[in-house]
Design a protein. Structure first.
Length: 281
């Protein structure tokens, strides 16, 4: 490993990466983690651990669900594009290149932080024999610039794409989310979106509400801003305005059962802070 690459990273990106490190099982993924300096987030990580192991459980289930969904969707068309919006530090491109490379024409990782350039350097050190992924720094809410930049890097709107929107809708306004999704609309709905959203208390069982509030408060402290919450009815209204189709909504309870064949962690709908959505657009 090139020692000069090892770097400090934004707080929330590093926290999510460390909380989900059990997901990264391949040799390349483990080597990727060695490049990240987690020392600066030790106190914040301890705060998360002291609140509840639920945080790590949910993040890991979310990431495993996304990997499974991506692997399945990439079987539907040959040579699809993958757009990872709000890519953070997750080495998802390594997973895709190890498991689905023959099904992918392009991978675009987009993030507003300049950490994306450090990530690109790590990728070039670990996987030097490929020109994928394309790592792009761009504010996701500047949708005109985003689409121009994607197309300069080889994105072709007329071809099927999987759009990953993990852990992002919590931090942008509704109108920004809608404007962004509209940029990926296709006449025959050949694009498929995978995303998550945070539940409002109205859809959380009463016994689970104190922990839900505690975790949301902790993340709001970390980002120094509000976390955007949705009811199931509210998020459905938003995406229906986009005229999407083939909507699938999965609670964390359902995700755990799909992945593990049981519900040892989450017994009721509305536990686990998040829910997952996939749809065609």
């Amino acid at each position: 490993m090139n020692a000069h690459i090892k770097t400090n990273v934004p707080l929330t990106s590093a926290l999510v990466l460390q909380q989900s490190n059990s997901v990264y099982t391949s040799d390349l993924e483990k080597r990727y983690l060695e490049y990240i300096d987690f020392g600066s987030i030790a106190a914040a990580n301890q705060q998360m651990a002291s609140v509840s192991a639920t945080i790590s459980d949910v993040i890991c289930l979310r990431k495993r669900y996304i990997r499974k969904a991506l692997s399945e969707l990439l079987l539907s068309h040959p040579q699809q594009q993958v757009c990872i919006l709000g890519a953070g530090l997750d080495p998802l491109s390594i997973f895709l290149l190890e498991h689905c490379a023959d099904r992918i024409s392009h991978i675009f990782e987009v993030d507003g932080s300049d950490t994306i350039h450090t990530k690109a350097t790590i990728y070039s050190d670990l996987i030097p024999d490929t020109d994928l992924p394309h790592c792009i720094q761009c504010n996701l809410t500047d949708t005109k610039l985003l689409m121009e930049t994607l197309q300069l890097q080889g994105y072709q709107p007329e071809k099927p794409s999987v759009i990953l929107f993990e852990g992002v809708v919590h931090y942008i306004h509704n109108h920004q989310f809608i404007t962004l999704m509209q940029r990926f609309r296709s006449g025959d709905k050949h694009n498929r979106v995978i995303m998550d959203y945070c539940l409002e208390l109205t859809d959380v069982p009463e016994y689970a509400q104190p922990l839900h509030n505690t975790i949301i408060d902790l993340f709001e402290k970390f980002i120094d801003d509000r976390v955007n919450l949705y009811s199931r009815k509210g998020i459905m209204a938003v995406i229906n305005d986009l005229n999407v189709s083939s909507i699938q909504m999965d609670s964390i309870k359902n995700v755990e059962f799909q992945l593990n064949g049981n519900n040892k962690l989450f017994q009721q709908q509305g536990e686990g802070l998040l829910e997952m959505l996939t749809f065609s657009i």
